[in-house]
Design a protein around this ligand. Structure first.
Ligand code: ADP
Ligand code: MG
Length: 864
């Protein structure tokens, strides 16, 4: 289309568009941003805009749609949120003054990874742009949050770790170059993350400064490409970017993506929301910065005991000092998002209100310092050192910015009186012009002795001094310049009057102009202090998270954990903190989890709904809470420090779609078996459930044995295969526990109490009975059970059993055909036939009570 004859403007448009083929081009035309051609067609659909045409009457009209410039932000956000990029092309000169074509330039490329200030809902989340560079078999990886300036990097060893890093950062965009291998590209494609190409970079002082603490070539390259991409897309100062900090994923508790999901650390897997997660429980932060840091801590629990204890110590002090803590909370709640404010100061997009937010935030610092000094100076010394009140900045803003500034920075009313003498004069002139002329009139009268001398104004030559002809003689010759002669008076001007006139008439526009300049100067002075601001912000964020832990520790009656080095684990009266919060403390049954140094595996049995999964999750959450430096849900807790947590939570609890659940289950189990160390925690919840009963059981047993002999990690394994409990006899480091339930008045009552030994009875048939299954069926099930139990008595080695039982399975599947349904008087309808068939084929052992209920409900519906 570029070949066709187009207007000079469309020529300009096409030239710009050519540079941004993968972005929507918002092309400024007066008060609108316009999109043309394909951008317009696609954009009008995505944004629900009316599609119109330019050059309607020509042979080939150009599709077009537009958004008003003042509402553009909304539309840009929508597109970027959907994963697109938007190039903003502005008019670089005033169209009225332009000779020929108005100059236009792209001033910013907004992308999913670089979008800033996303509004209140996103305040407690980071938005990370990542970058990847592959070199000599190494994967250099870097990430930046453009709004806060945080920049970190590392080298990852394999694609699995890369996937982990990418997923845990929730990045929406990754900067890549031609160095990536096919497998890496494939992974990125699978993860559906927007890849943005930045193939080269120009070395520059700023970049070298930012990357100066890094050593690995691939890592430095990743940072360089990342910085270049920012430079190219943002086209402005990046003064707030912090020096790149190298991090080692291996220095943190490793929790893969599956585990984080399973344990519902940050998102509730049913609702995809925060409610009902560990984050939700722990978040009593008062600032957005604290909220973001809490998430970061949850993503990366610590391994270093000294660091953990240091956090715990501060939490303990804050927990024990209610009044000081309340005072800190009150102060923190008045602190705005300093990190992002600092970023916007650097970017140059702050207004007067932002600076006031900065001021009120900084003004809380002395009070916070005071409280911490009162509390216990020594433990808080590190934090105190960083809690810099930046008095000069407070003072500067206080002197310069009015108390209620407008949103705009170019329309005046921004700078305080007394800050700048020239501005004061302008403002004086505007406000007091009349009064001031009256004063001049009075002083002129006094000076000349002419009592009826007056000052007036006309459009032709502005302000003048009018003297009646009778008094002309009294007027001194020097200063007065005649301008106009009337019949009985003459009008004069003086240099002083003209100067004042200039002031009065030009005051407004001059004042606005000067105010803007003064504002920019203030902003630039603050910009010089960005590093201090960022350091302060980090300290406040940390303090906020610690006070949040203290609050939650008190409200949720948590206890300070201690750490063991002999692989022993003691949790007394432990509970799942989220479930407890939801069901209430009264209804929750606390449980102990105890593993001596040599006990590796707890095998948990018990009926469905008895609390097995909850018990296992409780352990994982306790470990994570301890290793982020928070108190833990128990009356007493002594834990080893774990290096990794792997989870495999039962197929029935899963919402994973696409891949067969059994495949997912095996992949997760494999991940754990291959990577776990002796210091890891494994949670295997009803493994093997996703397949036919006996091959599932065989696999489950083999996995337990493998963990027991090879992996040696601390493991909790829940199962509905009652037969596995016999393993206790052969595996020295395995112990049976069970969650009890009793039958009471024909009701199955869950006690949720974990006790020693295996569960002694299968409750499946009781549940089926409670669900209202026909009695013939239940009798039959009882018979089969007895048969299986009898068979079990014959077995000596539990290992031999599954194979034997596979034969038995033949009988089980005959169940359908053989179900002794007594022939009724009436012939069975087709529908009833179908229901009976399904009923016969139902694999009771593999279902939850709820699933049974649902099946029965469906049958009832069908029979009606
Ligand atoms: P299972 O895995 O044995 O089927 P779950 O762990 O899913 O059982 O627990 C079923 C329900 O029982 C949970 O939704 C929870 O509300 C409740 N529950 C579990 N453990 C306890 C407990 N210790 N105290 C009170 N309620 C519990
Ligand atoms: Mg369960």
């Amino acid at each position: 289309m570029a070949k066709k004859k187009v207007t000079p403007m469309m020529e300009q448009y096409l030239a710009v568009k050519k540079q941004y083929p993968d972005a929507f081009l918002f092309y400024r035309l007066g008060d609108f941003y316009e999109m043309f051609y394909d951008d317009a067609i696609k954009g009008s659909q995505l944004l629900e805009l009316t599609l119109t045409q330019r050059n309607k009457n020509s042979l080939e009209p150009i599709p077009m749609c537009g958004v008003p410039h003042h509402a553009a932000k909304n539309y840009i956000d929508i597109l970027v949120d959907k994963g697109y990029k938007v190039a903003i092309c502005e008019q670089m000169e005033d169209p009225k003054l332009a000779k020929g074509m108005v100059k236009r330039e792209v001033v910013q490329l907004v992308t999913p990874g670089t979008i800033m200030d996303e509004g209140a809902s996103q305040a407690k989340s980071n938005n990370y742009l990542t970058a990847l560079h592959e070199q000599a078999g190494q994967l250099g990886f870097a990430y930046v949050d453009l709004s806060t300036g945080e920049l970190k990097s590392t080298v990852v060893n394999n694609l699995a770790s890369l996937q982990n890093e990418i997923l845990s950062l929730h990045t929406k965009e990754i900067v890549v170059d031609q160095s990536l291998s096919a497998q890496t590209k494939e992974l990125l494609a699978k993860l559906k993350i927007l890849s943005s190409h930045q193939d080269d970079y120009q070395a520059q002082a700023e970049f070298s400064f930012i990357s100066q603490d890094l050593h690995e070539a691939s890592e430095i390259e990743a940072v360089m490409h990342l910085l270049m991409y920012l430079k190219v897309t943002q086209k402005r100062a990046l003064a707030h970017l912090q020096k790149a900090v190298h991090y080692e994923p291996a220095n943190y508790l490793k929790l893969d993506h599956y585990a984080k999901r399973n344990l519902e650390l940050l998102v509730n897997s049913r609702t995809n929301k925060k409610s009902g997660t560990l984050l939700w429980l722990l978040d009593a932060t008062k600032t957005a910065m604290g909220g973001r840091l809490l998430k970061q801590w949850l993503e990366r629990p610590l391994l270093n005991q000294a660091e953990i204890e240091a956090r715990l110590e501060l939490v303990a002090i804050l927990k024990d000092n209610f009044f000081e803590r309340s005072s800190l909370q009150e102060s923190l709640s008045k602190v705005y998002d300093l990190e992002r404010l600092a970023g916007r100061v650097a970017f140059g997009n702050v207004n007067g209100r932002d600076l006031l937010q900065l001021k009120t935030s900084l003004m809380e610092v002395p009070q916070i310092r005071y409280v911490l000094e009162q509390l216990a100076g020594k433990q808080f010394a590190d934090l105190l050192a960083k809690l810099d009140p930046l008095e000069e900045v407070v003072d500067l803003i206080d002197r310069a910015i009015v108390d209620e500034p407008p949103i705009s920075v170019t329309d005046g009313n921004l700078i305080k009186a007394g800050y700048d003498p020239k501005l004061d004069e302008y403002q004086d002139a505007m406000k007091n012009g009349k009064l001031w002329l009256a004063q001049l009139e009075a002083s002129e009268r006094e000076l000349t002795g002419i009592h009826n001398l007056k000052i007036g104004f006309n459009r032709v030559f502005g302000y003048y001094i009018e003297v009646t002809k009778a008094n002309l003689a009294k007027l001194p010759k020097d200063r007065y310049q005649r301008k106009q002669t009337l019949t009985n008076a003459e009008r004069f001007i003086t240099p002083e009057l003209k100067e004042k006139e200039d002031l009065i008439l030009g005051a407004e526009s001059k004042a606005y102009e000067l105010e803007y300049q003064l504002f920019v100067a203030v902003r630039d002075q603050i910009k010089d202090q960005i590093k201090r601001l960022q350091s302060l912000a980090q300290a406040l964020a940390k303090l906020d998270v610690l006070q949040s832990f203290a609050v939650v520790s008190e409200d949720a009656h948590l206890v300070r954990p201690t750490f063991t080095s002999d692989k022993s684990l003691v949790i007394k009266d432990g509970f799942h903190p989220v479930v407890e919060k939801v069901v209430g403390r009264q209804s929750y049954v606390p449980n102990d989890i105890i593993m001596s140094p040599t006990k590796q595996i707890l095998l948990v049995t018990g009926p469905n709904m008895s609390g097995k999964s909850t018990y296992m999750r409780q352990l994982a959450l306790t470990v994570i809470m301890a290793q982020i430096g928070c108190f833990v849900p128990a009356s007493q807790a002594a834990l080893p420090i774990f290096d990794q947590i792997f989870t495999r939570i039962g197929a029935a609890d899963d919402l994973i779609s696409g891949e067969s659940t059994f495949m997912v289950e095996m992949k997760e189990a494999n991940e754990a078996l291959q990577n776990a160390s002796e210091n890891s925690l494994l949670l295997f919840d009803e493994i093997g459930r996703g397949t036919a009963t006996y091959d599932g059981m065989a696999l489950a047993q083999a996995i337990i044995e493998y963990v027991h002999d090879k992996v040696k990690a601390k493991t909790v394994f829940s199962t509905h295969y009652h037969e596995l409990t016999d393993l206790e006899q052969t595996l020295a480091h395995l112990e049976n526990i069970h969650v009890g339930a009793v039958e009471k008045d024909g009701q199955l009552v869950f006690l949720h109490k974990v006790e020693a030994g295996p569960a002694d009875k299968s409750y499946g048939i009781h549940v089926a009975k409670l669900a209202g299954m026909p009695s013939e069926l239940l009798t039959r099930a009882d018979k089969i059970l007895t048969k299986l139990e009898a068979h079990k008595q014959d077995q000596v080695s539990p290992a031999a059993k599954p194979e034997e039982l596979i034969k038995e399975e033949g009988q089980l599947s005959l169940f359908a055909e053989e179900t002794p349904v007594e022939p009724k008087a009436k012939p069975v309808s087709k529908q009833a036939d179908k229901v009976l068939k399904e009923l016969g084929q139902l694999n009771l052992m593999a279902l939850t009570p709820m699933e049974v209920m649902n099946a029965v409900y469906k049958w009832q519906q069908e029979l009606e």
